[in-house]
Design a binder for this molecule. Structure first.
Ligand SMILES: C[S@@+](CC[C@H](N)C(=O)[O-])C[C@H]1O[C@@H](n2cnc3c(N)ncnc32)[C@H](O)[C@@H]1O
Length: 271
């Protein structure tokens, strides 16, 4: 059997006994409530566990009039990828507005020059329009809606997907928005523990698990080195980096060039 003929372990789901897969999906994840912080000092928890200090941490811990909900280990990850965008004019889009508190947080963090848009399928989120950013109502799996919001924003530099977390939605938004992202842009998806939840279309080794898709992005990014061609119709060809953290995946968008290298030396001149 050649490498090309070998069965796709992921798609066959062959390596994991069914009962273990079911157990992983139904009993290990305790639900969001099962991981709620039981202490009182959010700052101390994040500082102590992750050795992290930042304006973002201070802003998050201070809270605002409207509720924002974030996992503690996300704060250092956000700061790592999003701090270069602070205090400059750029276009930020959050999928998932909920109670409006995250748009408040992003406005304080990024500063007045940022163009900030949020979308949500819940019409009640329209109440937050114009407070810390613009809010538009529609679904993250509606390509026409997504394209219309990008057009209104005049382009987009950073997307943060904190929407439904359902596998088909996460993928659809990415397929539509990543090609529209500016070069040098950042596409971040959070709460990807959903990849292991059946009710959101995922599952350990399940074909729709978004990390399978991310794997195809990895393969397409390395298209120079194998003969299998591109699986994602060009999506991966403008991806310059993929960073996987616990429940967060970050894709860097940039032009990619065929690899080249050189040998360099600086011979010392003879007297
Ligand atoms: C986790 S909450 C967002 C939390 C918010 N970003 C924060 O940090 O506080 C997810 C939001 O996604 C919205 N949502 C669910 N399905 C959606 C879809 N298909 N398109 C857009 N938004 C969706 C929900 O209405 C909900 O408000």
């Amino acid at each position: 059997m050649t490498e090309r003929d070998s069965p796709d372990e992921t798609e066959a789901g062959a390596q994991v006994p069914k009962e273990r897969e079911e157990s992983a999906n139904t009993t290990v994840f305790r639900g969001v409530a099962g991981y709620a912080f039981a202490g009182t000092d959010i700052r101390a928890d994040i500082r102590q566990k992750y050795g992290h200090e930042s304006d973002l941490l201070e802003l998050y811990a201070a809270g605002s009039e409207r509720i924002v909900h974030k996992w503690h280990h996300y704060i250092p990850i956000y700061d790592r990828y999003l701090s270069p965008w602070r205090n400059r004019p750029f276009r930020f889009w959050e999928i998932g507005v909920s109670k409006g508190g995250s748009l408040d947080l992003w406005r304080k963090y990024f500063g007045p020059e940022a163009v900030i848009f949020g979308i949500d399928i819940d019409k009640r989120c329209a109440a937050y329009n114009g407070i810390s950013g613009q809010v538009r109502i529609g679904s993250q799996d509606d390509p026409g809606f997504l394209a219309s919001v990008v057009a209104e924003m005049g382009g987009v530099d950073v997307v943060l997907d904190d929407g439904s977390h359902a596998m088909p939605h996460v993928r659809k938004s990415f397929e539509v928005l990543f090609p529209l992202l500016s070069y040098g842009g950042t596409y971040m998806i959070e709460d990807l523990h959903s990849c292991y939840l059946r009710r959101l279309g995922g599952g350990y080794k399940h074909p729709q698990n978004f990390y399978n898709f991310a794997r195809h992005m990895v393969d397409d990014m390395h298209r120079w080195y194998h003969s299998f061609g591109e699986r994602l119709g060009g999506l991966g060809t403008e991806c310059s980096g993929i960073h996987i953290h616990d429940s967060i995946c970050v894709f860097d968008k940039n032009r990619a060039y065929p690899p080249t290298h050189s040998w360099v030396s600086a011979p010392t001149s003879t007297p």
